[in-house]
Design a protein around this ligand. Structure first.
Ligand SMILES: Cc1cc2nc3c(=O)[nH]c(=O)nc-3n(C[C@H](O)[C@H](O)[C@H](O)COP(=O)(O)OP(=O)(O)OC[C@H]3O[C@@H](n4cnc5c(N)ncnc54)[C@H](O)[C@@H]3O)c2cc1C
Length: 457
């Protein structure tokens, strides 16, 4: 075999597999095949001046390359089984938490030492939430920030690169089962291995579907989260963000009994565009360094849509809604909450006169023409519920950007070792549909590396 272990994808899942293999079995020959660039070469050409919109680069620097989709993320590292994936269903609750803590420690040792670990343990805010029909989920979160997250990745790459073969700009096209292992095929070549870890994340979702079909690995897809990103003065949420940094709060709507939840909270952050398969959606992040912080806080309000048979294309449903906002607004639409509840579109003048300065240049418009009524009603109800614990949330000038969509990979059938029906072929991270976060994806990487190491003991 060319390699003992081949890892496909150098996002958090792949990186922490490689890290653990190197640390515990330095003699194993490990190759990492990554569709994107190495970290220092990852640059999105959108500068807002010469290049304003996505030009569909051969490899998207935001989603692909060393560090994966997480490289320029906010670096919110959540240690919890309450959200971020269902890794615990496969490996057990305690093991999942221990591995997330283990990875957190590695991040701390590799540049994250000065960052703070926030926790919901013992907070009075839980009671305040419950008194207002809101549920605060349990978690510890370390905010690395986009800047420190990058430093950690630089240090991890420096640790790995001399002994692990990295093949950048090498998109794996297919995998063949061979005697005693696997053959990984890419444009212009192939490599063989005894163990293969697939960690292709969100950007590899379509490829993952093809591989599952070719190798007849069962998979199911039925979920998409749709909503808006809320932006308001940071001071309105400061009692929550100062204590918890990010609060994951769930509200059950009175009208439809749907769950609406806060997601990806960015104190003093910025709202940004995200490009998924050419569709522009909205996201947000924030920096740890004070000089780059803003006066606003942003977070998403999302409603999960689960579909039942015969409909299978939940991501297609989310894409269609996002396309509608792109059709009406040429990209992301922004609307004042006051305009939304009065049933009128926002325009440049009303946004300019408002008390919240938008951090993203989006098109003023009407989100009620884009989002299904049931989702829109749920979001409005949640904003009024949040207003009770953070007065000012439902102010007229609160900005809503749409749409925010969280696409989920289909969930592939893997066992308690994250191993497929093929011995030695593992599927981990967001590409497996089991994880949806930095922490769960990283932990799944360490878990599988340990499993492989055990086969050599
Ligand atoms: C803007 C943004 C902000 C985010 N913020 C946070 C946050 O604050 N906290 C949090 O927990 N999560 C956050 N996330 C989610 C987090 O980044 C992901 O959950 C995490 O990166 C998943 O890790 P992964 O290794 O499974 O996949 P990925 O990080 O997606 O990495 C997969 C890698 O595989 C490569 N690949 C794909 N197909 C192939 C192929 N065929 N051949 C070779 N290589 C391939 C890709 O190029 C990519 O580099 C954010 C995501 C985005 C986009």
């Amino acid at each position: 075999m060319d390699y003992d272990v081949i890892i496909i994808g150098a996002g958090p899942g792949g990186i922490y597999s490689a890290y653990e293999l190197k640390k515990r079995r330095p003699k194993l020959k490990v190759g990492v095949f990554e569709a994107g660039q190495e970290l220092s070469k990852r640059h999105c050409p959108i500068d807002g001046v010469k290049v304003k919109t996505c030009i569909n680069c051969k490899s998207c620097s935001i989603m692909s390359g060393f560090g994966g989709a997480g490289a320029f993320s906010d670096g919110k590292y959540n240690i919890t089984n309450d959200f971020g994936g269902t890794l615990y269903e496969h490996i057990g609750r305690n093991e999942a938490i221990e591995l997330m803590k283990y990875v957190d420690q590695i991040n701390v040792e590799n540049g994250g030492g000065d960052t703070k670990l926030y926790s919901t343990a013992g907070t009075n805010l839980k009671k305040v939430c419950l008194q207002n029909k809101l549920k605060l989920l349990d978690a510890s979160v370390r905010h690395l920030g986009t800047d420190i997250n990058y430093v950690v990745l630089e240090n991890l790459y420096a640790y790995l690169k001399d002994t692990i073969d990295f093949h950048f700009m090498t998109s794996v096209e297919s995998i063949e089962v061979i005697d005693g292992g696997y053959k990984v095929l890419y444009a212009g070549g192939s490599a063989t291995c005894s163990h293969c870890i697939i960690s292709v994340g969100r950007s590899g979702s379509k490829w993952m579907e093809t591989i599952c079909e070719e190798l007849q690995i069962p998979a199911k897809s039925n979920r998409v989260d749709i909503g808006v990103r809320v932006e308001l003065p940071a001071v309105i949420f400061s009692h929550l963000t100062d204590e918890l940094y990010e609060s994951k709060i769930v509200y059950r709507t009175e009208k439809f009994e749907d769950n609406v939840r806060t997601f990806c909270m960015n104190p003093h952050g910025i709202v940004v565009n995200e490009n998924t398969n050419g569709i522009i959606t909205v996201n947000g992040h924030s920096y740890e360094g004070k000089e780059k912080q803003t006066e606003n806080t942003n977070f998403a309000l999302l409603v999960a849509k689960h579909f039942s048979m015969p409909f299978k294309d939940s991501n297609g449903y989310g894409e269609s809604i996002a396309r509608l906002s792109n059709m009406l607004g040429g990209g992301v639409i922004v609307q004042r909450f006051g305009d939304l509840v009065r049933g009128r579109r926002s325009n440049e003048k009303r946004i300019e006169e408002g008390l919240v300065q938008p951090t993203l240049n989006a098109t003023p418009g009407d989100l009620s023409l884009v989002l299904p009524k049931r989702i829109m009603d749920g979001i409005i109800e949640m904003i009024y519920a949040l207003d009770k614990i953070a007065p000012g949330t439902a102010n007229d000038d609160t900005l809503l950007y749409g749409v925010e969509v969280k696409f989920y990979n289909m969930e592939v059938l893997v066992d308690e070792h994250l191993e497929t029906v093929y011995p030695g072929l593992y599927i981990i991270g967001d590409g497996s549909g089991v994880t949806h976060s930095l922490s769960h994806a990283s932990a799944s990487g360490v878990y599988v590396a340990n499993r492989i190491i055990a086969t050599y003991d």
